[in-house]
Write a protein that binds this ligand. Structure first.
Ligand code: PSU
Ligand code: MN
Length: 303
């Protein structure tokens, strides 16, 4: 693992650091908007008082805190592997390039000593999982590693009820910022209840701190709804998602290719609208994530 100097120094000094993933760059958005978004997210984290650490695997080395040049190359390069936990030792051993998903970004963040991570939407239980068994590894890493993840709910292409059930089984507290219900990625609300609603970043930081003090193993999921002005209406996006899922079934797309295929198809079918929403919600998450990380660092220093 290679931790960049700035990130290492911040961690040594107990300052706020926010981890960021790279699958969203290589598989979640097209070039060049993926790179522009990744750099904008880093800037947003800085503007809100924390140090960003974008994580990816370069020539078999897990990099915590990629440089802007590395982010650019990540966004452009063809054939970067999408790396879930099972792929990690293979990519490291074969000295490949790998994009870390939520699951492997959590693992790298933990190894580096980073407590909070910001993404767009987490992976979860896919629709039809009762026959396909497609459940994202993200949910299990959230259940076992001490990293808080800030997201806009699970991706809209998933089954929200089943995803929340697995999070409950995994013992992951689900906290929502200012809204009564779990966020729904492109849409503001899924209509499903959460465990705790908070209005100030410090309140979420206190839950993180209590989890740590009691020695409860596992992470926390923070749901931050997409800003009202960027959100898409359910009536519009739901039929598009249904169509994308139907096409995936017809083409036999499954496993790790499923999420990238669906996100890409939804972007095409919305004429780019869903991409704009996706970009805005990630930046919105970076604002909240950085603020919570700052409060958490302050709380831990006081201990
Ligand atoms: N959120 C986004 N875009 C993405 C992802 C999340 O806004 O591309 C990625 C994350 O890396 C997440 C992964 O971990 O999709 C989930 O993939 P799967 O469903 O195959 O576990
Ligand atoms: Mn899967």
């Amino acid at each position: 693992m290679r931790i960049n100097q700035e990130v290492k120094k911040a961690l040594d000094e107990g300052r706020a650091v926010v981890a960021l993933e790279s699958t969203i760059i290589s598989h979640g958005m097209p070039y060049p908007k993926n790179v522009a978004t990744a750099l904008m997210v880093e800037k947003t984290v800085r503007d809100n008082g924390a140090i960003p650490a974008t994580i990816g695997i370069i020539d078999g080395e897990v990099v915590v805190g990629m440089t802007p040049d590395e982010i650019e190359e990540f966004g452009k390069k063809a054939g970067i592997a999408k790396v879930s936990k099972r792929d990690m030792p293979i990519i490291i051993a074969t000295k490949g390039w790998g994009a870390t998903t939520v699951s492997t970004t959590i693992l790298a963040a933990k190894a580096a000593g980073i407590s909070l991570f910001v993404t767009g939407g987490i992976g979860g239980v896919h629709r039809g999982a009762e026959t396909t068994w497609d459940v994202s590894r993200d949910l299990y890493e959230l259940g076992s590693e001490p990293v808080t993840v800030v997201c806009a709910g699970c991706k809209a292409i998933l089954d929200v009820d089943k995803t929340l059930e697995v999070l409950e089984t995994q013992g992951v507290p689900v906290l929502s910022y200012k809204e009564e219900t779990f966020a729904n990625f492109y849409c503001r609300s899924s209509g499903k209840p959460v465990d705790y609603v908070f209005n100030e970043p410090i309140e979420a930081a206190r839950v993180m701190s209590a989890q740590k003090d009691f020695g409860l193993k596992g992470g926390i999921l923070i749901s931050n709804p997409c800003p009202e002005e960027d959100a898409l209406p359910h009536s519009y996006i739901d039929s598009i998602i249904d169509q994308a899922i139907k096409e995936a079934d017809e083409k036999g797309v499954k496993g790790k290719d499923s999420t990238p295929f669906l996100l890409k198809r939804v972007v095409e079918l919305t004429g780019g609208d869903s991409l704009e929403t996706n970009i805005h919600l990630v930046i919105n998450n970076a604002v909240l994530g950085a603020k919570i990380a700052v409060e958490y660092a302050r709380l831990r220093k006081e201990k």
